[in-house]
Design a protein around this ligand. Structure first.
Ligand SMILES: Nc1ncnc2c1ncn2[C@@H]1O[C@H](COP(=O)(O)OP(=O)(O)OP(=O)(O)O)[C@@H](O)[C@H]1O
Ligand SMILES: [Mg+2]
Length: 371
């Protein structure tokens, strides 16, 4: 029997895996996630492979996955994605000679990089056939840490892909003009804790990638500062969880010392303040995203983003999608991975909806990309 394929997403706050069944209509048959201790992964980079291995072992104990063969993703500041053009070569020859051709385009020695590319199109230049592509260069030392963490858990890395490419497969609309009056490209934005991956695609073909070193953590940090609480408390406040002392009522932030009793019913002033701080920070962050999208439309001829889809835990911040709708001039919607890819998970609809934003990357990694 053909085996399914498992995508493994090692995020800054959690590890997540999703298994797709084999066959003509791949279906998500297993998905599980587990937390990572703080600092095991930072800014999307594995810092403590042993701690990540522990979390992965636990994930496999609970997840019931059919094998230990995993497809991995990277998306962080140690990955460079550049649009370049090279003289056309058949795929095999291009792959073999890529490292000899691209040093001038990347700010790290090619022998310290893992290289890949995604073709965008062909064109003629001085009677010569050229290939336009997105060149991907990932720092080898960063990739090695990922591989070490995975191997340390007894799992077998089968492949490595750019997280933005996986997002296109996970939630990308095959043709936006089928859904919207005006066609164009679609932007998919995965808002994590430390990293935000932005990808623009046109019917599945990637046009633009930008990886921002920001995400939900920045909102948490802003809340922690404004409310004078530690990050763990700020995190819960951000999610609108009930938080006991030291989150006191009162107009002034405390310094974290013992506060009054937990807020009474109704929106206590402190919680309103928290929301305001969160949305203020989020607005600045949304403007960063908008700038990236504007950069894309300014530099590419005939570029037009028709829609934005959002995934990632950071997109769960209350009010964030509305804020994006206010500040980005095209329709903004949640990317629905479990609708896009059929799923047979034995979970309630509610649990699925809550988990959905977290699984786009893992599911996308489980979907085969370009051979
Ligand atoms: N209900 C919620 N409300 C607001 N924010 C939330 C909620 N749930 C999760 N988050 C935020 O989502 C972020 C985590 O998102 P996600 O799990 O996608 O990131 P990650 O994959 O672990 O990290 P990264 O992609 O940055 O490496 C955190 O900043 C967390 O605070
Ligand atoms: Mg992530």
């Amino acid at each position: 029997m053909a085996k399914g394929r498992i995508g493994l997403d090692i995020g800054s706050t959690a590890v997540r895996a999703a298994e797709l069944s084999a066959g003509t209509q791949p279906t998500v048959v297993r998905a599980a996630q587990g937390p990572l201790p703080p600092s095991a992964v930072e800014n999307g980079e594995v810092r403590d492979p042993a701690a990540v291995s522990d979390a992965l072992r636990e994930l496999w104990r609970r997840g019931g996955f059919s094998s230990g063969q995993v497809w991995l993703g990277v998306g962080n500041q140690r990955v460079i994605v550049r649009e370049i053009a090279l003289p056309f070569l058949p795929e095999k020859e291009l792959k073999a000679s890529l490292s000899l051709q691209v040093q001038e385009f990347i700010p790290m020695p090619v022998d310290e990089a893992v290289l890949d590319y995604d073709p965008i199109g062909e064109f003629e230049q001085d009677d010569r056939k050229m290939l336009r592509m997105l060149l991907v260069a990932a720092q080898r030392a960063m990739v090695d840490q990922v591989v070490q963490a995975v191997s340390g858990a007894g799992l077998e890395p089968m492949g490595l892909d750019l997280i933005p490419f996986a997002l296109v497969r996970a939630v990308g609309t095959p043709d936006v003009s089928m859904d919207l009056e005006e066609g164009g490209e679609e932007a998919i934005i995965d808002i994590g804790a430390h990293v935000t991956n932005i990808v623009v695609h046109d019917r599945g073909d990637t046009r633009f990638v930008r990886i921002l070193p920001s995400g939900g953590r920045d909102v948490t940090t802003a809340i922690a500062r404004a409310a004078g609480v530690d990050d763990a408390v700020a995190e819960r406040l951000k999610r609108g969880d009930e938080v006991d002392a030291p989150v006191a009522e009162g107009p002034e932030p405390t310094d974290g010392s013992e506060g009054a009793a937990a807020p009474e019913a109704g929106a206590p002033p402190r919680l309103q303040q928290v929301r305001q701080v969160a949305l203020q920070r989020a607005a600045a962050f949304v403007d960063e995203i908008r700038s990236s999208l504007e950069f894309y439309t300014a530099q590419a001829r005939e570029a037009r983003i028709a829609r934005v889809l959002v995934t990632g835990g950071g997109s769960k911040l209350e009010g964030l999608i509305d804020l994006m709708r206010q500040r980005i001039p095209v329709p903004v919607d949640p990317g629905r991975v479990f609708l896009h890819v059929p799923s047979e998970l034995a979970e309630s609809e509610e649990a699925m909806a809550a988990a959905e934003p977290f699984f786009a990357v893992a599911v996308g990694l489980a979907i085969p990309g370009r051979a």
